[in-house]
Design a protein around this ligand. Structure first.
Ligand SMILES: C[S@@+](CC[C@H](N)C(=O)[O-])C[C@H]1O[C@@H](n2cnc3c(N)ncnc32)[C@H](O)[C@@H]1O
Length: 208
């Protein structure tokens, strides 16, 4: 490989993340009149599972994954497929009676997965919180504080809708800080990290 290509690759060496938070647009039970389909595009379980999230993570890392009660099982499946072993669950208790075919949902769950050796930073964190509702799908800001207290940076939020100081973000409703192979989004930040390069062929790399 020429020195030139080496230099180009070094410049584009993607930084990996110690902590990844993801809030996927699950398509499970979200296509009805009150479903998320009325607010944003949805993804199938296969599309979510196929995301190369392990490539974005350090060897020792945490992944926090939001699931609805209806996607709890899918959530564990996704975490494992992304290369994380589920270790814990945090419950957001909501101040409202929600929808549900059997029990009425007034909670959402945040799964914690670990890859490699990544102990929790704060051992006193309890596993539920009572936080207000905001607009559709908007997760509580308090949860970012919890994640920062429990998990090391660098932080990446997947499917983000708002920027947060100290975090990189990716999603189709925000200017993204990372490019993910096979998952293009409409807008990228100027110095976005390109995770598609590592996996591309040498001839493609020469065109970087
Ligand atoms: C559940 S919402 C995230 C809500 C966010 N956590 C919040 O607190 O506001 C899922 C997000 O994924 C986005 N999304 C849907 N399909 C996508 C795709 N193919 N690539 C990137 N983002 C996508 C949606 O537009 C939406 O912004």
């Amino acid at each position: 490989m020429s020195k030139n290509i080496n230099e180009k690759q070094e410049n584009h060496q993607p930084k990996k993340y110690k902590t990844i938070l993801a809030d996927p647009p699950w398509d499970v039970m979200q296509k009805g009149n009150y479903g998320a389909i009325n607010h944003y595009n949805l993804m199938t379980l296969d599309q979510i599972k196929a995301m190369p999230v392990a490539d974005l993570a350090e060897e020792n890392a945490h992944c926090w994954l939001w699931v609805t009660n209806g996607t709890l099982e899918a959530g564990y499946d996704v975490l494992r497929t992304w290369g994380f072993r589920p270790v814990s669950i945090f419950t957001w208790v909501k101040p409202r009676l929600g929808l549900g075919n059997y029990l009425r949902n007034s909670t959402e769950q945040l799964l914690l997965g670990v890859r490699g050796k990544a102990p929790i930073k704060y051992k006193g964190q309890m596993n539920w919180g009572f936080f207000p509702l905001q607009d559709h799908s908007h997760k509580p800001e308090e949860v970012y504080d919890i994640i920062e207290r429990c998990s090391d940076g660098k932080y990446l939020e997947l499917f983000a809708r708002r920027p947060r100081f100290g975090w990189d973000v990716w999603g189709n409703q925000i200017k993204s800080d990372v490019k993910i192979l096979g998952y293009p989004v409409p807008e990228y930040a100027e110095n976005c990290r390109d995770f598609t390069i590592e996996n591309s062929s040498e001839s493609e790399r020469e065109n970087v």
